[in-house]
Design a binder for this molecule. Structure first.
Ligand code: ASP
Ligand code: MG
Length: 405
């Protein structure tokens, strides 16, 4: 007999039929003799609908009221799932964030979980009942409702699993695990049996959408091992866990792509202290999110800086840079280019293997794909290529690192 925490997302509880499907899945765990705490999201689309309703009344509703409003989505779904389970003869009870003892601090609409006091949940479990906990919400010490940021039910589930010392934590979702690449792009992508927290976090930062990153960070911090798997079938998913030695034998765990990137290059910058600071400072002030940065000195002794960003930020970046360019003087100029894609390889094996970048660049070169910018971190290498070559780039690199099924 095991204690299992399962998280079901909005799509998985998106209709009455799907709620019944989830109830059946929970029932089958109960039939095996396991205890279950399910943490669930609002029915798919409900959170967005509630936001839209508020926006009809005000452009700027207070965050306090948004928390009260949005948390109601999960309050509906926990009750509906409990009703479905009761109808099947399973003794299930719902618990809101407060009832589950999820204590938060920080600001409205982006609360932080400080601690969980699972007294009531443990009491229900001791009576052998199934507990359905509202994700995405908690309460401050002084009784204010908080939500945890979009996608926050993942965080609730990891935190609840940690607090009740679950034997197993499962994130049941509409993808059936973490893949070596997006299977829609790379047909030969494989589902990974396991991945480390850091690798999943790096992949998420470069476009792989599996779950909320904060929840993976939380899992890493508290050592919560979990499985990402489908809520629609019984295939094994992907275990997300601390890294261990055997993991390093795989050089690259996965590749990820991002589209719609743009590059801005500023030329003719005097080679003096403070220049990079004033350029990036202007972009930061305009809330332009910069990604890769490359700078070098041209033969005329003037510096050039290139950086990438999402194409939707390009206009804002250009207006923010206008006054900076004027300050830089007569030699300064700006070039922009949209239609760029970014390809990243991630793997903790990079730390102990050499020649990883060379292998990636050779594979791209052999395929006639030109590399624009390059950036690296301890477990990641990213390059930019023409956006219309990004899928081909992902496929050749996937093959080069023996990731193909
Ligand atoms: N219902 C919330 C959202 O849509 C929380 C979640 O689904 O995890 O963001
Ligand atoms: Mg959701």
């Amino acid at each position: 007999m095991a204690l299992i925490v399962q998280k079901y997302g909005g799509t998985s509880v998106g209709s009455i039929d799907r709620i019944r499907n989830v109830a059946n899945r929970i029932k089958s765990e109960r039939d095996k003799g396991n205890k279950v705490v399910a943490v669930i999201s609002a029915m798919g689309g409900v959170t967005d609908k509630l936001i839209a309703l508020a926006k009809e009344l005000s452009d700027d509703p207070t965050e306090r009221e948004m928390d009260v409003l949005l948390s109601s989505g999960e309050q509906q779904s926990i009750a509906l799932l409990s009703i479905a389970l009761n109808e099947m003869g399973i003794d299930a009870v719902s618990a809101t964030g407060r009832q589950a003892g999820i204590v938060t601090s920080g600001s409205h609409t982006r609360g932080r979980i400080d601690k969980i006091e699972p007294k009531l949940v443990n009491h229900f479990l001791s009576e052998d009942r199934t507990v359905i906990v509202a994700g995405f919400q908690g309460m401050t010490e002084d009784g204010m409702i908080h939500t945890l940021g979009r996608g926050g039910s993942d965080l609730s589930a990891i935190a609840v699993a940690s607090s009740v010392k679950a034997d197993l934590c499962q994130i049941l979702t509409d993808v059936d695990g973490v893949y070596t690449a997006d299977p829609r792009v790379v047909k030969k992508a494989r589902k990974l049996p396991e991945i480390s927290y850091d690798e999943l976090l790096e992949l998420a930062s470069v476009g792989t959408k599996v779950m909320q990153s904060r929840s993976v960070e939380f899992a890493k911090k508290y050592g919560v091992k979990f499985e990402v798997k489908s809520s629609l079938n019984n295939n094994p998913g992907t275990i997300v866990t601390e890294e261990h030695e055997a993991m390093e034998s795989v050089v690259i765990r996965g590749v990820s792509i991002e589209r719609s990137q743009a590059r801005v290059t500023i030329t003719g910058i005097p080679d003096e202290p403070g220049m990079s600071g004033s350029i990036l400072g202007a972009l930061a002030k305009a809330e332009v999110n910069i990604d890769m940065i490359v700078s070098n000195i041209a033969s005329d002794q003037l510096a050039r800086h290139s950086f990438t960003m999402h194409t939707s930020d390009l206009g804002r970046a250009q207006s923010a840079l206008k006054p900076v360019l004027a300050d830089l003087g007569g030699d300064a100029g700006i070039e922009t280019e949209a239609g760029i894609g970014k390809l990243s390889c991630v793997g903790i094996g990079m730390r102990s293997h050499s020649g990883v970048a060379a292998k990636m660049f050779e594979a791209l070169g052999n395929a006639g794909i030109n590399i624009g910018m390059i950036s690296t971190s301890e477990i990641k290498i990213s390059v930019t290529v023409e956006e219309d070559q990004i899928e081909e780039a992902a496929r050749v690199v996937h093959t080069a690192f023996d990731l193909d099924a």
